[in-house]
Design a protein around this ligand. Structure first.
Ligand code: DAH
Length: 361
């Protein structure tokens, strides 16, 4: 290519770039145009590489022409780029209205409440609406409150099921929340409506459904003319509301020394919807609410006048209810330090989702 032809070609390239730039509206397109013109193999870039092939006396002239063209083209590309970027900011501002991109970001909530806590708060809100007081008791309990006051003397076979951790000071890690029945009777007298959410401990071999540390919610209602019918109606309201579905109940006789009669209230299994699965031991039912009419001996131990008052009590399996509600198959994940969301096949039910509620006062 002689000098005239070269200058002719340079003029063409400049015209091509100018034409292309009028149609281009995004940053990527400007960048790819730049590569296709100024890159080593680009239309102008290859002319620049070819300067060395001209005879020495022409190289100065050729070099000047191509470099001048390069500077002009680069300037026009940069100008377009700046224009596009400023148009983008203007468009984003128009979309965002009053949004101020220079303000610091909103802090993202890290983590959330434990599933058992979430269900506990839900149960507390429900019972508060029904006029119950939320009570607490110590996790380190006297043998008397954990057993004797509940009609479980030292020789009673029921103690076998409550094998627990005995402490050097003679106390026990409570095996259930029921001792707070006794504490509440002494504290408030009758009539009485309390629930007691809390952590309990038993000497257990760990498996998918047994933990040495678990949560219950004790319930106690003492008043005139209280019947099992009231208890079953309450159980239906409670479980239907927490599970957010129409829960079917099954009521069976059950034995607990501190109630007479004692019953077991089961609900249809949420994991298999009652058709049978390992979680419900293929029965379709989950034992969730052992309960009964408070034994006269327990009322007497709590200084309640048994001629005037009767009452019912229950011991809701809070941990089990949380597992049902969120489809958690293995109890062990609840006390482990594994913070991954419960989504893997061994942890069915998808991520845990609940609305944040205020901490109980
Ligand atoms: N405390 C019992 C347990 O942990 C559960 C229980 C059964 C509590 C019947 C009650 C009740 O209040 O009436 O095994």
């Amino acid at each position: 290519m002689n000098l005239d032809q070269l200058n002719q070609r340079i003029t063409e390239i400049q015209a091509e770039v100018a034409a292309a730039l009028t149609d281009i509206n995004n940053v990527d397109a400007v960048r790819s145009l730049e590569t296709s013109v100024l890159g080593k193999k680009g239309s102008l870039g290859s002319l620049i590489t070819g300067v060395k092939d001209y005879p020495p006396d022409q190289r100065g002239q050729v070099g000047k022409s191509v470099n001048r063209a390069k500077t002009l083209i680069k300037a026009s590309l940069d100008e377009r780029l700046t224009q596009i970027q400023s148009d983008q900011v203007t468009a984003a501002n128009a979309l965002a209205g009053d949004f101020d991109p220079t303000l610091p970001g909103q802090p993202r909530p890290l983590g959330s409440v434990h599933p058992v806590t979430a269900v506990q708060w839900e149960v507390e809100r429900l019972f508060e609406r029904l006029g119950f007081t939320v009570e607490a008791g110590p996790e380190m309990e006297t043998e008397h409150n954990n057993f004797e006051a509940l009609n479980i003397p030292a020789s009673h076979p029921a103690r076998d099921m409550h094998d627990t951790f005995w402490l050097d000071n003679g106390k026990v890690l409570r095996t259930h929340t029921s001792p707070v029945q006794h504490r509440s009777m002494l504290k408030f007298g009758a009539p009485l409506r309390v629930i007691v959410p809390g952590r309990c401990f038993r000497y257990e071999t760990l498996d998918a459904s047994h933990e040495n540390t678990f949560h219950q919610v004790e319930g106690l209602l003492i008043d005139r003319d209280i019947s099992l019918g009231n208890l079953i109606a309450l159980a239906k309201t409670l479980l239907t509301e927490v599970m957010n579905r129409d829960v079917e109940l099954r009521v069976r006789p059950g034995y607990f020394p501190f109630v007479e009669p004692g019953i077991e209230i089961d609900m249809n299994c949420a994991i298999c919807e009652g058709s049978g699965c390992p979680t419900c031991k293929h029965s379709g039912w989950i034992e969730i609410l052992p309960a009964g009419m408070v034994h006269p001996k327990v009322l007497e131990a709590g200084n309640i006048d048994t001629d005037k008052y009767t009452g019912f009590a229950f011991g809701l399996g809070l941990t089990r209810l949380a597992m049902m509600k969120y489809g958690i198959k293995d109890i062990r994940v609840l006390n482990s330090g594994d913070l991954r969301p419960i989504t893997s096949p061994t942890r069915i039910g998808g991520p845990i989702v609940w609305s944040r509620r205020k901490t109980p006062a």
